[in-house]
Design a protein around this ligand. Structure first.
Ligand SMILES: Nc1nc2c(ncn2[C@@H]2O[C@H](COP(=O)(O)OP(=O)(O)OP(=O)(O)O)[C@@H](O)[C@H]2O)c(=O)[nH]1
Ligand SMILES: [Mg+2]
Length: 201
């Protein structure tokens, strides 16, 4: 039997991640690729919308539970505050195969997140990298790094970078929680000890 302290340490390694962005950007496809390693040209847009889908990731030598959820722009518009409070990290997804103004798009989705807490972990995902790119990747990368975020191009179709983005956002969440802990020096009750000690935080 595991010592009680050990099981308590691992119990709360669970984070919620929200994917948001325009209709058709590939949010559900990214989750499907990550969890099932499958891709469909025709995907039910409401496959998992509105409810969480759970998976597990091994990171820093510890199993971490992830609860993934995706919502479209319409729901975001009405209830972004609820979703921002309810999630630990965010993936803002857009489709790089469509000519569009990316800056206002990103500002639209990021503003409420950063206003709520400027330390909230987020990644910007330029999906559909298997198709010809119709946006200026250099300009977008520069804009995102100015905002203090990371930009990753993915393809749910080929699987390119899909596991990577979920690992990256999870490690950002862990690091930010560690940094917040360091600031407050509160007694830790969140079960992150094994990860923090591995990270030497
Ligand atoms: N070529 C290509 N097509 C993709 C990729 N990701 C998604 N698609 C396709 O784009 C369409 C929309 O994908 P979804 O995953 O439904 O997009 P969504 O963001 O969940 O859209 P909503 O649920 O409507 O908000 C589907 O036909 C997918 O097959 C990709 O990386 N490459
Ligand atoms: Mg969808």
């Amino acid at each position: 039997m595991m010592p009680a302290s050990h099981s308590r340490q691992n119990r709360n390694l669970e984070f919620k991640i929200l994917l948001s962005g325009d209709e058709g950007a590939g949010k559900t496809s990214l989750i499907r690729r990550f969890i099932e390693n499958k891709f469909d040209e025709l995907i039910d847009p409401n496959l998992i919308e509105g409810s969480y889908i759970s998976t597990e990731l091994n990171l820093f030598g510890a199993p971490i539970k992830l609860q993934l959820q995706d919502i479209g722009k319409a729901i975001w518009e009405e209830t972004s505050t609820y979703f921002i409070e309810d999630n630990d990290g965010f993936l803002i997804v857009f489709d790089t195969s469509i000519k569009m103004k990316v800056k206002p798009y990103l500002e639209y989705f990021l503003k409420p997140i950063l206003e709520f807490n400027r330390d909230t972990p987020f990644l910007i995902i330029g999906n559909k990298s298997d198709l010809p790119v119709k946006v200026n990747i250099n300009k977008i990368s520069q804009f995102i790094s100015k905002l203090g975020g990371n930009f990753v191009q993915t393809s749910a179709k080929t699987g390119d970078n899909v596991s990577y983005i979920f690992k990256l956002i999870t490690s950002e969440i862990v690091k930010k929680k560690a940094a917040a802990k360091k600031r407050t020096e509160d007694k830790r009750t969140d079960g992150l000890d094994p990860i923090f000690s591995r990270y030497q935080l």
